[in-house]
Write a protein that binds this ligand. Structure first.
Ligand code: ADP
Ligand code: ADP
Ligand code: MG
Length: 484
């Protein structure tokens, strides 16, 4: 696909790593969001003064802001994303639920308008049956969401959810949905052109979450069958067409243990986890976005979209896994990123850079591809083992622990996985102080074991594979041969 846009492209800086800042220095700390990346006028000024004729909004901040998309159009600049109208129609969860139901897309049982008061909440919840979920109509990032198990908790939680929604989104509207038990989060990537044609590229499993936010994503999902994949893909295409969608988008579903899927919301932008779909379909989604924004038709039929192998993404966050994943700002004192075949690191960090307090503490995304899920997991373990970040706490020790977890390996996932398997356990599940020391200790231990075979206990706490590796055995055999 040739580059369809003339002139220069201005990329609004997305959150986190996707848009590296100037290397070295690092003294020019970014100002708070509202004065920089949320300031529409400044972004348009920057685009004009650099002669950009299009803006890619990234995946945070203004990417789902209809007013920004409209301001670009008014300034004669192409917004690389959907039309403002489509963003608006998907912007309110309640309005979107109404449109989806009319388009024949299954939605989670529940309301299609905001709650008027706590009394109405009580009536609606009783009709739905507990547990129910209070959600912010203009929600995002898991804010304003509360699970309600019992009627007596409802008034208090209703007040809390609406005040949280009010401070996060400026609108306090909340509504009720049936809470799906043992839910999986599975979403469908779509592409749509200006001619009204839309395709689905396949699903992503995003059930590994904390605070309702994704930490690990994979494509395909280890759970759904080909028949459900097709149904879900077709539902996602109907969802996009119902709002006149153009460009790349994601339709999120919650899936119950019986493989019933229900529309959650549509993210009208590129998503953080889009690389796993790129690895498996070999379609460059950003390049497709540029072509679609320039008015090009989709160059593929649905049958031409092929998926090969398995991809996993781990979000590397500056947050402390021993303190409930609390953000841990700091200065990167040392950095070694993994590399090698089928390993992709989308990162914007460098040694000397200070993780700012203003934004999401996402440092990098580590993506691997394998021929099947087992190979992808093995490759992820290898890549995580190569990753060295010092100077700030990060979640790599947690991710390494997760890759070895029997339930994760079996693909037995739901959105409570981290809570049930990790946060609710009291004892630390992996080495606590910096990752280098235990790794070094494990190395020394193995070295000693190799020199005196059979005389040392096998490593277990370090998480090393059980028994000597094939390399160790081969080494022993060759030294025996040399000795004889
Ligand atoms: P995804 O489903 O792609 O993970 P998220 O809802 O987690 O999407 O949001 C993606 C990124 O955008 C996150 O880093 C999040 O903090 C940021 N983000 C989401 N909503 C907003 C918003 N209203 N303002 C600023 N940043 C936002
Ligand atoms: P946000 O805009 O904050 O991303 P979503 O509607 O996408 O809100 O929900 C975020 C997460 O909350 C989902 O990924 C899922 O884990 C959980 N969730 C949302 N709705 C339900 C529901 N009805 N039942 C169970 N879990 C839900
Ligand atoms: Mg969501």
């Amino acid at each position: 696909m040739g580059h369809p846009l003339r002139g220069r492209l201005f990329r609004g800086r997305p959150q986190g790593p996707s848009c590296p800042r100037r290397r070295g220095g690092g003294r020019d700390r970014p100002p708070p969001a509202r004065e920089s990346y949320l300031n529409v006028q400044r972004i348009l000024d920057a685009a004009r003064s650099t002669g950009a004729d299009a803006i890619h909004p990234g995946y945070g901040f203004l990417s789902e802001n209809a007013a920004f998309a409209q301001a670009c159009a008014d300034a004669g600049i192409v917004f690389i994303g959907p039309p403002p109208k489509a963003i608006e129609r998907m912007g309110s969860k309640t309005a979107a639920r109404k449109i989806m139901a009319e388009a024949g897309v299954p939605i989670v049982p529940g309301m299609r308008q905001a709650l008027a008061n706590a009394q109405e909440a009580r009536e609606q919840a009783k009709a739905l049956g507990f547990p129910v979920l209070l959600k912010a109509a203009s929600g995002g990032g898991g804010k304003g969401m509360r699970i309600v198990d019992r009627e007596e908790d409802l008034p208090k939680l209703f007040e809390r959810a609406s005040s949280e929604a009010k401070s996060a989104f400026g609108v306090g509207d909340v509504y009720l949905e049936k809470y799906i038990r043992k839910p999986r989060h599975i979403e469908m990537q779509i592409l749509a052109d200006t001619g009204g044609r839309a395709l689905y590229l396949g699903e992503r499993e995003c059930s590994i979450q904390r605070r309702y936010q994704k930490v690990v994503e994979e494509c395909p999902s280890p759970f759904i069958s080909e028949a459900i994949r097709t149904k879900m893909g077709e539902a996602a295409v109907r969802a996009a067409q119902a709002v006149g969608y153009v460009n790349a988008g994601t339709v999120e579903f919650v899936v119950d243990p019986e493989e019933n899927f229900y529309f959650l919301e549509m993210n009208t932008r590129l998503q953080v986890e889009h690389p796993v779909t790129e690895m498996v379909t070999q379609i460059d989604l950003v390049s497709a976005q540029l072509a679609l924004a320039s008015g090009a038709p989709l160059p593929w039929s649905q049958e031409e979209i092929r998926r090969t192998g398995w991809a996993i993404e781990c979000r590397v966050y500056a947050e402390d896994p021993l303190k409930k994943f609390f953000p841990a700002p700091g200065t990167i004192a040392h950095l070694t990123e993994p590399s090698g075949p089928w390993v992709r690191v989308d990162s914007g960090i460098y040694e000397g850079w200070t993780v700012p307090v203003f934004y999401d503490p996402l440092l990098a995304k580590l993506i691997v591809w394998g021929r099947d899920r087992a190979e992808a997991i093995r490759r992820m373990e290898r890549a995580l083992a190569e990753y060295e970040i010092a100077g700030t706490r990060h979640n790599i020790p947690f991710l390494r622990w997760l890759m070895r977890h029997p339930r994760f390996r079996e693909g037995d996932l739901d959105t409570h996985f981290i809570e049930d398997e990790y946060l609710s356990k009291s004892a630390p599940l992996f080495p606590t102080e910096g990752t280098e020391l235990p790794a070094l200790a494990a190395g020394v231990h193995r070295f000693l074991e190799d020199t005196e075979p059979g005389t040392r206990p096998s490593p277990s706490a370090s998480g090393a594979a059980e028994g000597p590796s094939p390399w160790t055995l081969a080494g022993r055999r060759s030294s025996l041969r040399a000795a004889s």
